[in-house]
Every structure is written in C-alpha cells, then in structure tokens.
Design a protein around this ligand. Structure first.
Ligand code: PLP
Length: 458
C-alpha cells in the first residue's frame, strides 16, 4: 500500500532537516567565514565575486546555514535555482539513486532514458501544442548560445535581436546580448557581431502601452536590421537581472506576431522566469505566448546544472546530426533531479505556492510602499517580485534611481539573517526570488526586517 498517489489526497507536508527560521549567532561574516574568505582570496579569481561572503555549510527548504552556525532566510535561492527548496527530499533521493546507477556515458555516444524523459516533460509543459524537441546543455548561457545557433541554421539568417535591459549570460555571444556592460562585458571584447539591442517595455519608466512599446521595438528592428536578415528575437518574458519588469499588456504578443509574420524565430529566455517560478510552468503563459523556442536552466534540476532548448520540432531538427550537444549536456544525475523537480511541482501543487508567495509579498510590500516614498514600484509575478527604489522626493517626478538604499537594505537584512539580492540596470531594484518552500510567516518576518531597514535609512 505504499505506491498509490491519489491526486485528491493532500500533499504530504515537507519534512525539513533545518529549522525554518533565521538565527544569527556571530557577527556577519562570522570568524570561520572570514578565515575561509582569506583562503579564497589567495586562490579564487577576483573576477568571481560573492554578494555576501558567508560560507554555507548546509541548506534546506528556505534556509541557508553558514559555517559559523548562522541561519539565513534565503530570498535569492541561488538566483532562482532552488525553486522547489534547498536539498528538496525528492531531488536528493533521485540524484542519489542515479549516482549509484550511472553517472555519465555521454548521450551522444550511448544514450539513456533520463534524457529522453526530461525532453518529454519539457515538450509537455512548455507552451504550444505542436510537436516539440529538446537539446540538453549545462548552463543558461549555453542554452542561449544553442537557441541562437539553431535559429540561424533554421532560417539561414545572421542577425540576433535582444531587448534593452536584457541579461543572457557570460559567454562571448551572450556578453554581446547583455544590456549592461559593467560588470558583464567591460574589457572582454571583441564581442560576437550581428547582435541588435532594441528598446523593450518598461512601463514604470517609459509609460508606454504595450501596443506603443511594440511599435517602437518593431520600428527599430525594421530600420536597423530588417526582418529579412533577422534569425531570431530573444526575450525574457519577465526580465531577471534587468529588474523583474513585467512588460505592458500586449507588448510581447505583438512581438511574437511580428516574428511569425516575418519568419523570425521567437525565443523566450525563461531561464529565470520558468519552471513554476511565476505561478505558471513558464512565464510566457501569463502573456498568452507560445514561443518557437523556450530556454530553461536555473530552476529545472533543483540545483544541479542542467539547461535546455525546447521548441518546434522542425526548427530543432534544422541542425545536422552532431551539430548539437556537448560532453556533459544532459548528465544523467542532473536529468534524474529534473524529473523529480517536474514531479514535485505537479504533486505538491507548487504553482499555487508561487501564487501564495505573490499574494503575501505584494500585500506586504504595498503596505511598505504607502509608508516609504523611496519605493517607486512593487512588481512581478509569483515568486519573482521586486521593488524599485528611487531617491526621496522623486517618486512622482524624475524617479531617480536609488541603488544606495538597495545596498543598505541588503546589508541591514544580511546582518539580521535575511538574504536579498539586488537587480536592475541601475542596481536600484531589490528582488524577492525565494524558494517556493518559504512560508507566509517567513515572508512576514523578512518584510518586518525590510520595514526596519527602510526606517533606518532616515
Ligand atoms: C542566469 C540567466 C542566464 C545565464 O544562465 P547561466 O546558467 O548563468 O549561464 C541567461 N538568461 C537569463 C534570463 C538568466 O537569468
């Protein structure tokens, strides 16, 4: 009687191996973290930075535990990677059991079922009812690279379009696709050519309707590139590093229609916004999009490295055999973890959990917005919520960015055991990207810390 999964039964309450609470027992960073940081400085490249130099020893649910025994409520989730929770039990079990069976063969030499199963799950859960195929790779940037490569092969065209405020990775091509030069590109050129940056939709700052913003984007692309030379348009349905901008209604559908009319492959970079993050399997669904190709990574395998390009079979099949792949792409352990993630989202009703988190965060943050005029906007969907901070007295005028306030809040919260990340082109966005395991009580607790941090700004 152990193998019946009745959908009508309530989800089993998760069992946590770490108490789900913040607890600070040393200065931040503590002595052991400081010692590790010294060792790190000698041997780890300065080009790799850490937002908070506390060294983590354990993680479970929504909590990180550092080497000094401090516990942090994690509102970053490794940038939206441990979406279903740190060391989620089913992911641990699936990966551990896969480790005993086969760790690597290389799918392009001797394949295995787990890769095929992940491709089936992606075909089933990405938007669009047509036949879909997938290639698995190791990182988000690699998924972007492959999406572009496939679109070029399919169309025989050269140019790639992206939107302002985009972030797509740190490889040569993706550096050229990012909006922000510093820190992502400065000094690392020459960059890949034929990448065009078109204006997007940023309702808080451009005030444009979706229709007007789309006309501006399309007008730009037609003038600067010409649809006939454009292989693909790559968009994040809700921009991640850019600051969680939810585009104006109708903006993305208009872009997709224009792409379809002109044979341009419409690619949704759902690396941060996908896999239940926004209360849908993919954020594209909020906007009625059915992209030609969908890119996944971050949350797909519960913390193990895995990424994918999934899309229309005829586009995905454009490559000659052997043109796609890579040594580690679709590693069996990462695939086993991804299968567990899909099952956990389904069986534990995690799309609804993302909506619960949205309600708790947006309600609490709106309350803070009414009391603190540095909060310019509260926005986002599901467990992908942000506040954009502006200088005092500019909320109704110039909306002058306030990255100092974001930095102060992050530092204040870290010392009290809550981990937040910044975002935004000006660094003036505070993002809430928790795992779906975060409870309403933990959210209220974190919001009270932000309240105190805002009060302390003076
Ligand atoms: C993180 C991210 C990437 C890059 O993924 P990596 O795994 O870091 O290479 C690309 N696009 C978006 C939207 C991202 O958030």
């Amino acid at each position: 009687m152990t193998d019946t999964h009745d959908a009508a039964q309530p989800a089993v309450a998760p069992v946590y191996t770490v108490t789900q609470e913040r607890k600070i027992v040393t200065a931040i960073p503590g002595p052991k973290s400081q010692a590790l940081h010294e060792r790190r400085r000698a041997v780890v490249s300065d080009g790799v930075s850490s937002a908070l130099p506390v060294y983590i020893e354990r993680a479970n649910g929504a909590i990180l535990v550092d080497v000094d025994g401090n516990q942090f409520v994690d509102f970053g989730a490794g940038i939206g990677v441990t979406t279903i929770g740190h060391t989620e039990a089913s992911v641990v079990e699936a990966a551990a059991s896969q480790l005993q069976e086969v760790i690597h063969t290389l799918f392009t030499i001797t394949p295995y079922e787990e890769y095929v199963r992940v491709a089936e799950l992606l075909a089933e859960h990405t938007p669009g009812l047509w036949a879909k195929k997938t290639v698995l790779v190791n990182s988000g940037a690699e998924a972007v690279e492959n999406g572009v490569k496939i679109a070029r092969k399919h169309t025989g065209r050269r140019a790639v379009a992206v939107l302002d405020h985009a972030y797509h990775g740190r490889t040569n091509l993706t550096m050229a696709m990012n909006f922000k030069a510093n820190p992502y590109g400065a000094g690392f050129g020459p960059f890949a050519g034929d990448v065009y940056h078109a204006p997007g939709s940023y309702p808080y700052r451009d005030g444009l309707s979706g229709e007007d913003a789309a006309a501006r984007t399309i007008g730009y692309l037609e003038k600067v590139v010409g649809a006939a030379d454009l292989a693909c348009l790559v968009v994040e349905p809700i921009q991640g590093e850019g600051g969680f901008m939810v585009p104006a209604e109708g903006f993305l559908p208009a872009l997709q229609r224009w792409c379809t009319e002109h044979g341009v492959v419409f690619i949704a970079d759902e690396i941060q916004s996908g896999m239940a993050r926004t209360g849908r399997w993919f954020a594209s669904e909020h906007f009625g999009l059915a992209p030609d190709l969908v890119l996944s990574a971050k949350g797909i395998a519960g913390g193990l490295p895995l990424a994918s390009v999934t899309g229309r079979a005829e586009i995905m099949d454009a490559s000659q055999p052997g043109g796609l792949g890579g040594t580690f792409g679709g590693n069996p352990v990462a695939c086993a973890a991804a299968i567990a993630v899909f099952e956990s989202i389904e069986q534990n009703g995690l799309l609804a959990e993302a909506e619960r988190i949205e309600r708790a965060l947006v309600t609490g943050l709106a309350r803070l917005e009414s009391r603190y005029d540095v909060i310019g906007e509260v926005r986002g969907k599901g467990a992908m919520i942000a506040i954009e901070l502006v200088q005092p007295g500019t909320r109704d005028t110039t909306k002058h960015p306030n990255p100092e306030a974001v930095a102060s809040i992050i530092a204040y919260a870290a010392e009290r055991g809550v981990l937040f990340l910044s975002a935004g082109t000006w660094g003036n966005v505070l993002r809430f990207l928790p795992s779906l395991a975060v409870t309403d009580a933990l959210i209220d607790d974190a919001l009270s810390v932000i309240d105190d941090a805002l009060a302390a700004l003076g």
